[in-house]
Design a protein around this ligand. Sequence first.
Ligand code: LMR
Length: 330
Amino acid sequence: MKLFAILFTCLLTYAPLAAAQQGPIVIRFSHVVAADTPKGKAAVRFQQLAEQATNGRVRVQIYPNSQLYRDREELEALQLGAVEMIAPSLSKFGPLDAREFEVFDLPFLFPDEAALHRITNGPIGAGMLQRLRLKGVIGLAFWDNGFKSFSANRPLLAPTDMAGLRMRIQPSRVLDAQMRALGAQPMAMRFGEVYAALEAGVVDGTENPHSNFYTQNLQNVQSHLTVSNHGYLGYVVIVNRKFWEGLPSDIRQALEAAMREATLYAGSIAQEENERALEAIRASGETQVHVLTEAELKEWKSALAPVSVEMADHIGAQLISDIRQAIEAP
Ligand code: LMR
């Protein structure tokens, strides 16, 4: 009788655990942009690859458009284990005290995507991901979006055209310095609030790659856009470290392989997505697009040159110089 009681108690105690272990492992992947963007599409590709590779032992649930959490909240949610995976932009790592990622915000640091990939796919990028472990998260990969354009409700041909404009930025000290160098007033704001803030006139302008601009319908609230390619916006996919290290190792390896493939996919579509979005912005007839001439570009570069000096202590002078060297190396 006593034995029966013990067995019964064990059954009650362990039954829920056993049931939980039998169900699939769920990865909640939260992000703030539209599904129809480089990040949104790469998330779906990861979902397909991960579920296939694990024969359904892993389920990936994607929550786009800040449905679940907004910018900073999703980082907190990840740390608390309320979501398992997020992909914040490189400008949003301040709360983790990983401000070296703001190096990607430096104006005109990367001449093109090839130079950027030399960093994100090379030893410097690997070192940056590795250092995230100290912050309790695992950096799995860099995902591409693209170079940014400025927009406002007036033509932005010369840097002086930015004077006095209230410009929405992501929460990065480097972006703050960038806008101040142009005589504008930076206002850090969540991504999901940008449209309403522009519509209400709380801010006058913003900056983003074209895919983000178009999928947020900013053409309705911005009459001018200048293709300036002044800075880069990309992501790091991060996971909660405890969750990741607690996964069975065969599952973790399958997910790492799925992530590698999803990363290649993100890299293969991002540029085209942004080009297509620019065409769609033009075709909307609502936003006038200006592409900077070489002479105009020179003016913007010289206006923004002081930012990297000013931000050297904040980011780390060594990292900036390592990146410059790696870009220039033959
Ligand atoms: C922004 O806030 O402008 C971007 O970080 C949004 C994103 O995730 O691309």
